[in-house]
Unconditional design. Sequence first.
Length: 215
Amino acid sequence: MSGQVRGATMTGELTSEVEVLVRLSAAIGAGRSDERESAFRDALEHSRAAVEEALLQSHLFAGYPAAIAALGRWRALAGASGAEAGLEEGVDWAERGAAVCERVYGGQYGRLRANVAYLHPELERWMVRDGYGKVLGRPGLALAARELCVVALLCAQDAEPQLYSHMRGALQVGCTEEQVETVLEIAGRIVAPTNARAARRVWAKVRQRTGSGRG
């Protein structure tokens, strides 16, 4: 497992860079080109590599069409990518994916894999090798920041079980409750009101089940 994954924790408030990436992720998930443009303008002031990692991973949750459209617009604004020099080779995707997935899911990791394998064994293999190994385990963006971006993306969708898992996953990899709350506030200004309310309900369940919402 790479040092990038081991060190992917966050403390305190969101950095301005992560806030922009969260805004961008929520806009992609919600299909809001206006909000995407606003986030892109601010993103030009930050690490282009980090922006591109957030855009690349969006295909897992918003689909290839949305990711391609976003990357196309970003390329028009930011110019050519320098990613070719850092393409990964010789990585054991399955091994890295299993390590990253276990970090995100913690004690639910074994159950997750069993449940997805029951749906279809290939889906379980793709989830671990491709989703977590090839994409979410990539260097260039800390795992904690990735999880916050995933939460923002999922806030725009009718995917409450996945949203629950990644809210919990954000806490598992070192994000604070305050950071997740901030993501919900940002996404709540971008996604449809019904989705924003649903996301709040999911977050209440996460806090209750982790013990932080008691008392």
